[in-house]
Design a protein. Structure first.
Length: 273
């Protein structure tokens, strides 16, 4: 019964993500502007974020009216089924606003508080990543068929390519830049893509050795965290803690611990204010 339920949730997440991607890609107005701001004047929401979340939650609620929701743009219902959907309708909004391709739709399903299904669709890259707990992680893209994902073979930290992200609050971002500056001489290089969901999937796909960021919300990492873990990566926050707003880390098993230790020493988990 559980396997059948998880398959149902996966298929629904894939359908909702595909519909939202079509809306965001094909419906983007030429004069797209900012509809609202969140944590700061540069932390933006567009009309398309809001429309995509309404599409996703509406489609899922029609099929599963007893489920709960947690969405970036305000969806918040408890539900009675034990299933909660965690939705980021547009991860990488600033990239989307500027016409950059690194943005994605992220949908996760939790069962009794544990993520069991994750889907991240990045339409401008032509890729969709998916995972069901215990079944591995897979992706479809420009290649033929589906590809089983596996994180990279372990490399020493000084040969690791690591991605991160920055907060939109100026003081927090300044501290994050200090942390990144201390880390750069100790790794191969650092990337900043602008979508945590895509970065987590790139760890899963072997395109990055690691990723870390402070200040993420559940909708930013819920799907990507499961996909990375199912591809063999380790994920967590501060030592002995799970991923959280305080700190999110995903990396190959050999890179995870030394990266986590450095980030703890550098104070990557606090806001610098």
């Amino acid at each position: 019964m559980t396997d059948a339920l998880h398959t149902e949730l996966l298929q629904l997440a894939l359908q909702a993500a595909a519909r939202a991607c079509d809306l965001l890609r094909d419906g983007r107005p030429a004069d797209l502007g900012v509809a609202a701001t969140k944590s700061s004047p540069v932390d933006v929401v567009t009309e398309m974020d809001i429309a995509a979340e309404k599409l996703i939650t509406g489609l899922i609620a029609d099929r599963r009216p007893d489920d709960g929701f947690l969405g970036e743009e305000g969806a918040a219902t408890e539900g009675t089924s034990g299933i909660r959907w965690v939705v980021d309708p547009l991860d990488g909004t600033v990239n989307y606003l500027y016409g950059l391709p690194s943005w994605a739709v992220s949908i996760a399903a939790e069962q009794d508080g544990e993520t069991v299904v994750g889907v991240v669709a990045a339409p401008m890259r032509g890729e969709t990543f998916r995972a069901v707990r215990g079944r591995g992680a897979w992706a479809s893209g420009a290649w033929a068929g589906e590809r089983k994902l596996a994180c990279r073979a372990d490399a020493p930290l000084d040969q690791a390519l690591v991605s991160t992200g920055f907060n939109y609050v100026a003081d927090v971002r300044a501290h994050q830049a200090e942390v990144a500056g201390r880390l750069i001489p100790l790794v191969r290089d650092i990337r900043r893509g602008g979508s945590a969901a895509i970065d987590l999937c790139d760890v899963a796909a072997g395109r990055l050795d690691g990723f870390y960021e402070r200040g993420l919300n559940p909708w930013d990492y819920a799907a990507g965290d499961l996909i990375a873990r199912e591809a063999g990566a380790l994920t967590g926050g501060r030592p002995q803690e799970r991923v959280s707003r305080e700190l999110t880390i995903a990396a190959t098993p050999g890179v995870f611990e030394p990266l986590q230790r450095l980030l703890e020493d550098f104070g990557a988990w606090h806001d610098g204010m």
